[in-house]
Design a protein around this ligand. Sequence first.
Ligand code: NDP
Length: 469
Amino acid sequence: MTETFQTINPATGEVLATLPIAGQAEVDAAVAKAAAAQKEWAKRTGTERGRILRRAAEILRERNDELAALETRDTGKPIQETIVVDVVSGIDCLEFFAGVAPTIAGEHIDLGPSAFGYTRREPLGVCAGIGAWNYPIQIACWKSAPALACGNAVIFKPSELTPLTAIEVEKIYLEAGLPEGLFQVLHGFGATGAMLTEHPGIAKISLTGSVPTGKKIMAGAASTLKNVTLELGGKSPLIVFADADIENAVSGAHLANFYSAGEVCSNGTRVFVERSILPKFLASLKTRTERIKLGDPMDPATQMGSLISEAHLNKVMGYIEKGKAEGAEVLTGGHRVTEGVPAAGFYVAPTVFSACTDDMTVVREEIFGPVMTVLPFDSEEEVIARANDTEFGLAAGVFTNDLTRAHRVIAALDAGSCWINTFNICPVEMPFGGFKQSGIGFENSREAIHHFTRLKGVYVAMEPIDAPY
Ligand code: NDP
């Protein structure tokens, strides 16, 4: 009998669905089906492939509100976010790569009158996407759209905590005219992901997940020398200089910490504030944080919903307790919320720790919950060194009105995805990815094409061979 698992609404505990776990036989069958379909797909022109992606984007747009509601039920995130971000950022990605598909090309290389060279950008074959639970539909789209545009087939394994919207994406691709087998969803836990990682018929793994899983996947992929893209965790710095607009910087710190209850990989959870403006910054931060409305994620007025699971709640609360024990001051929050609607879910009050120091656990480790740490600084040189003193390198932000300082500081930060005077805005036109232990490779932008194609160099002789034998 096939093993199954249940997915629940973390805000209410309601069981949403029971789904089958894919084992080796299902993985083998999916790979065989994908490989057969991919051969034909690779022969289509980019224009034809793009047309299908565009049609899928249109269907996603028509179904935006219904898919957002499903995502909210599966993740506990507020509908006011999922209705404007989660599905929309997936649609943007499909539209962008629909446009890019016909432009994928090699180059001509002049080698003088006797020869020339050219390069071909070829699909990799069957690619696997493995997703985290925080942006499920967005991740399914961000992995599949560039892969399909380049002529690959995709097998996607969503996190077992949030499997529902990927199923809808599979149906939408089929409805849009994507031939069967080119986008298949397989469900399961880490073991299913490991089967994909080690499968000899799969050419590439693209993971969005934690650093430890990224390391396991890279090690597992080594047995077949697979190409990997890893979008992993972070503990990103957000630096506020004294000349910044303080209210704007507080807005930035909020965007960088409390969207999706803080379950965002690129969050700027280490907020460095220049000492001279610290009292003013903290006063505004406290007032505005205490206005954040927690509640039923389906209520359009709710600004923060439930965390993804009880296990994750316990992890986040464990960090909060550790922060208190290590001497961080609670400016606001610092507790679970169990009154009213939140009683049925896994809610944590938006929390700000002030008077933090660089060695505290809450400052060093990724919490992946609504927990901001504030750290005072005195000079530009000092803050750059402290911001870079981490194993992670996903994102970074700077708030300042000094034009040259903004660019100088960003250039000095070890992070792949950076913002000046805002945070966490990720348009598909721009590359998204991290340095150091935050990952390998980039998603989105034209850069993604390099991660879903292989480059072939072809030398063409135009004269008879001058053989020495
Ligand atoms: P995990 O690393 O626990 O899981 C990610 C995915 O990998 C899941 O589908 C998981 O399956 C699967 N998986 C687990 N073990 C293995 C394995 N050995 N081989 C193959 N696949 C495996 O991450 P979370 O889902 O908990 O997501 C949170 C993490 O993701 C955070 O660290 C966050 O920073 C990061 N993240 C990074 C982003 C980025 O773009 N840089 C964006 C969003 C999140 P299962 O769920 O069944 O265990």
